[in-house]
Design a protein around this ligand. Structure first.
Ligand SMILES: [Zn+2]
Length: 280
């Protein structure tokens, strides 16, 4: 029988994704970095053990800049997850990426300001272990295998995804000014969000496969002609697409390789370097 306190795959997303699963086990996980956003909710999809973590907390009380990203990724790894799917809501930076567009990015730009974004910060862990100075490659921030699974899952749901593009991550919680938005567009970036960084970077440091699935909920300020983005608009589009997105996530989970069979760059991100502490 499967251990109900273990998982092989992590999904960082809200309660809409797991609330109707049978036999969901809720567990609290402590980490050296403090508490994750919420409990982990463990369940099974297509014979795979999955841990769901509501990124903003189940009551959605954590704004993007207050999320304990280090604790979140650490907690997922500590229950056994080695592959992580990170769906998130974004603004479209091009007219053709309107609300309801599903874009699986292959690049990321960090424009955040205040976030703990590394495990290799020289600070001793509570157990006394001191991280070494380690620089991982983030040239390709997303798992190529996870991306293919996500794209295939979307096509299987008749939701033609945008394959590739750049996710620019801003600090928030405010939306962009028109000038910022126009600048993002002029760089050729595709979508703008608030949580993609440091999630992908931290996952790489822990040798986790990480795949971002972005759902466009609105056109960003510079790409539309009206009053600009409203919070209600974002929530509405997200709510109306949750069911579809859940279908894509579940099929993506089913399409991921066994953890032991990973041979992508993510699984070897430390390249044999000693992190100075034991990975959970
Ligand atoms: Zn990978």
């Amino acid at each position: 029988m499967a251990n109900t306190e273990n998982a092989e795959i992590g999904v960082i997303g809200g309660s809409g994704f797991y609330s109707f699963l049978d036999d969901v086990t809720e567990i609290q996980v402590a980490t050296p970095y403090g508490a994750p956003s919420d409990s982990l909710f463990l369940g099974e999809i297509a014979g795979r053990r999955v841990a769901f973590l509501p990124r903003h907390g189940r009551a959605h009380h954590l704004p993007p800049h207050r999320i304990n990203y280090r604790a979140n990724l650490w907690a997922l790894r500590s229950v056994g997850a080695r592959q992580v799917l990170g769906p998130c809501a974004v603004g479209g930076l091009r007219q053709e990426y309107g609300p309801g567009t599903l874009l699986v990015p292959d690049q990321m730009v960090d424009r955040t300001k205040s976030r703990e974004q590394t495990y290799f910060d020289g600070m001793p862990l509570p157990g006394g272990q001191v991280p070494n100075v380690v620089h991982v490659s983030l040239a390709d921030p997303y798992c190529p295998v996870g991306r293919e699974a996500a794209l295939a899952a979307a096509r299987g749901q008749d939701w033609e995804p945008v394959d590739g593009g750049t996710l620019v991550v801003v600090e928030g919680p405010r939306f962009s000014t028109r000038a910022e938005s126009l600048w993002h567009q002029a760089q050729g970036w595709s979508v703008v969000g608030m949580t993609g960084h440091p999630e992908a970077a931290l996952a790489r440091e822990l040798e986790l496969c990480y795949t971002s699935l972005t759902l466009v909920t609105d056109l960003d300020a510079g790409a539309e002609t009206g009053e600009g983005v409203s919070h209600e608009e974002v929530l509405q589009v997200f709510a109306s697409n949750v069911e579809r997105l859940r279908g894509v996530l579940f099929d993506a989970v089913a399409g991921l390789p066994e953890n032991g069979a990973r041979d992508c760059l993510c699984a070897k991100a430390l390249g044999g370097m000693d992190p100075g502490f034991e990975l959970p």
